[in-house]
Design a protein around this ligand. Sequence first.
Ligand code: PHB
Length: 386
Amino acid sequence: MKRLQTTLLAAALLGTSAASMAEDAALKVGLMLPATGTYAQLGTAIENGFKLYVDQAGGKLGGRGVEYVKLDDESDPAKATDNINKLIKSDKVDVVVGTVHSGVAAAMAKVAKQTGTLLVVPNAGSAMITGPMCAPNIFRSSFSNRQPGFAMGKVAAEKGYKKVATITWKYGAGEESVGGFKEAFEADGGEVVKELYVPFPNVEFQALLTEIAALKPDAVYSFFAGAGAVKFVKDYKAAGLMDSIPLLGAGFLTDGTLKAQGGDGEGLLTTLHYADELDNETDKAFRKAYSEAFDTVPDVYAVQGFDAAQILDIGLQAAGGDVSKTADIAAAVEATEIDSPRGKFTLSRAHNPIQDIYLREAKGEENVVIGVAVEKLDDPAKGCRL
Ligand code: PHB
């Protein structure tokens, strides 16, 4: 009898420790981001922001220590499914954070939805992620591609532009950004007279700039980011268009790129959910800590990385560190006003930020706030069934 009791006691103890061990073990975070190519710098800023939050939280998320597994996704959609499956199946990560490119992230969301893996998207604005692929275990700390575009459509109409040409890369992000611009601009009486595209990640803009010069629209709306945005702004200026045809953009055109543009971006108006010189304490503390830690100023990508970690922390704290408690994680995140350097925001039911979109002007190396283009902008989350 005594022996049986001892055995039962041992089993009970063992059972308890086995259950709690999973939550005591380090949280394995798969960082699937671009480390090479036109978006490489964006990936670095996201990783820096994420790690800054974790460091400030004492090296923990949801009470668990954190371990990183890094994977360079090369912004290549063709490799995306294999890459995320490797993280989940071989590396056995608890959560995936990624990525920048919409095509890669849409494939990641599909796998996350099928497998129930916790996924936080720290940039890619693909409508798929918070549309048809929306799920309780998928969150986005950034924006939908439509949001900055839509806000600039309103601004362009208010400025009295009537005929605008658009130029971007031919893939989801560019198309959806232009779609958002067109939706708002045409609703307010403007007309998109020409949509110009270059294949991603090409930066041969000359032929299209010649076309723009011949078209003479009132303004040009553009979506480019990273190294491609640096080259585009420099080429637009070199083509002599900067003074004759105002260049507008989603804020990625000038975020984290002004220094490399060497003054060619001066005066550009863009719309985005972040800006330099925001008047809030969270941002001031964030910028100070980020600059000290990484010896460079933060940009929108750094903010999105920071908030990706913040969202995970909020969710996992409510779930006692257990990544499988999806409903608890989602309920906590949905109920929280997130205290971001961009300003406070909430997540929609589809888990996309509902946020202010700022109008900014490039001055020196900063995107200075001029005002709020659209307050608390939501995304329609078309195709999301929850
Ligand atoms: C995207 O592919 O969704 C994307 C990439 C870079 C950005 C913004 C959006 O800066």
